[in-house]
Design a protein around this ligand. Structure first.
Ligand code: FUB
Length: 464
């Protein structure tokens, strides 16, 4: 009812259809889109193994979907559990739209639906069709009686589906983590892993192999390798992959002059995480900037098989090598000053006097809060767009039993504050609104400082 009357008002107000359609889309996005600018970018469910692709000017992320093990299922304890896939898209890497479920294990005739094994997928476009590649355990045992991983394909006319799965997996493959690379000459290659990393040419139809699978040579001998992701830049072919050099997976890469190799070991893209055994990634260029999509168990600190997708910027050296990416909480993209800014997803933080914790440890999807406890402690959140600066107040969601005083500065902690925020003492969360003293137009880093030795918790803030 409420939604209907808003739409009616819109119809009356907007005189031309272009404006109307634009307003309607924005309105719909408000209702369906989780807007998450920071890491992790997907907060409506667990998500892992992100394959990011640019289709029609938008970034689409095809992750796998971790779920807690359903009750009553005889599944391996402490292991991955995945039964379907969603796809997400964005045109600013800030607002991510969940297009919903695109494929489930129950849709695919050859998949063992007791296995919950819809692991890391990929998707590519060819001649206007979208080919979604996914691994899963076959319901039919092999000649030795084992049920093994195969790779299937589902096809759609649009990136967000609907996808129709083929009745059989691709012949000639045992393995996981499919990745497809289409070279400039139009030849498509399929990569996958099973202890080694394999490659084979794909036929023009994208659903059959056109060469014998071959093991990629010159990769580290020792330690698990999986999750291949291949791309080309300035004539260099990069094969990037998670590898267990020490205790957990880190992201490494090799460089070569042909998609099938030979490749030469080039280095580490991201070090292993202290808490997540796996990592799995993809690399794309979007609007002139390169990005690394990867996963981490941020929303499930005590169980690393429930992971979440993150993004950070990636840079190359002049010789084509990749600079190591240090994972950030801030992630990428410009934050709109007038929308909720979660300063706990900070760019920088003072060494003392401020910590980050979940708002509710029983429901981590509610996100985090910044807890100030010392005078002079600060949190910096970069790239906030104040637009034309016709803003005059800040709204903060805060909690402080004894009350406290915060200040916000732009760009440099030595600058004059743009606002002083008195948080009254209270035993519940409160929305506090304070007048801005002065704000400059454009994009700025904001620095929130505590001015007293009193505990103040901040969930989010925005300007209006
Ligand atoms: O998500 C299940 C498996 O974990 C993937 O297939 C691997 O790459 C690792 O991320």
């Amino acid at each position: 009812m409420a939604k209907q009357s808003v739409v009616c008002r819109l119809l009356k107000r907007e005189k031309n259809w272009v404006k109307y359609v634009f307003s309607l889309i924005s309105l719909l996005l408000l209702f369906v889109a989780p807007s998450e600018a920071q890491n992790p970018i997907i907060r409506d469910q667990f998500s892992a193994d992100p394959s990011a692709r640019v289709f029609n000017g938008r970034v689409y992320v095809f992750p796998s979907h971790d779920i807690p093990v359903p009750e009553g299922k005889n599944l391996r304890k402490g292991w991955f559990c995945m039964e379907d896939y969603h796809v997400y898209s964005s045109d600013n890497l800030v607002d991510w739209l969940d297009h919903g479920k695109i494929l489930s294990q129950y849709d695919v005739p050859w998949v063992d639906t007791n296995a919950y094994s819809m692991w890391a997928p990929d998707c590519v476009e060819r001649n206007g069709k979208y080919y979604f590649y996914f691994p899963a355990i076959c319901s039919k045992p092999d000649s030795t009686g084992r049920r093994l991983f195969s790779i299937g394909v589902a096809i759609a006319d649009k990136p967000e589906g609907p996808y129709t799965p083929l009745p059989e997996p691709i012949k000639g493959i045992r393995g996981i983590d499919p990745n497809v690379f289409i070279d400039k000459d139009g030849q498509a290659y399929l990569y996958w892993s099973l202890r080694h990393i394999f490659v084979a040419k794909l036929k023009e139809n994208m659903i059959e192999l056109d060469s014998e699978p071959q093991i990629i040579a010159n990769l580290p001998e020792k330690g698990l390798k999986e999750g291949p992701w291949v791309f080309e830049r300035n004539g260099i072919y990069y094969l990037t992959f998670p590898h267990v050099e020490n205790e957990r997976e880190r992201l490494e890469y090799v460089m070569g002059s042909h998609p099938m190799g030979p490749f030469t070991m080039a280095g580490v893209i991201m070090d292993e995480s202290p808490s997540c055994w796996t990592n799995h990634h993809s690399i794309i260029e979007y609007k002139g900037q390169w990005y690394l999509f990867y996963h981490h168990n941020y929303l499930s600190p005590h169980f690393d098989k429930n992971r979440s997708v993150c993004i950070d910027s990636l840079f190359f050296n002049d010789d084509g090598t990749i600079r190591k990416v240090i994972p950030t909480k801030r992630g990428v993209g410009v934050a709109d000053a007038t929308r909720k800014i979660e300063i706990d997803r900070y760019s920088k933080i003072s060494n003392e006097g401020v910590t980050i914790d979940f708002i509710d440890t029983a429901n981590t999807f509610q996100g985090w809060k910044a807890i100030f406890s010392g005078k002079g402690a600060w949190v910096q959140f970069n790239a906030v767009d104040f637009g034309k600066a016709d803003l005059n107040s800040v709204v903060v969601n805060a909690y402080s039993e004894k009350g406290g005083l915060l200040e916000i500065r732009l760009d440099d902690i030595e600058n004059q504050p743009i606002v002083k925020i008195t948080i009254p003492s209270d035993k519940k969360w409160q929305i506090v609104k304070s007048k801005l003293i002065g704000v400059k137009p454009g994009i700025h880093n904001i620095i929130v400082t505590s001015k007293e030795n009193k505990k103040v918790e901040v969930d989010w803030l925005y300007f209006e």
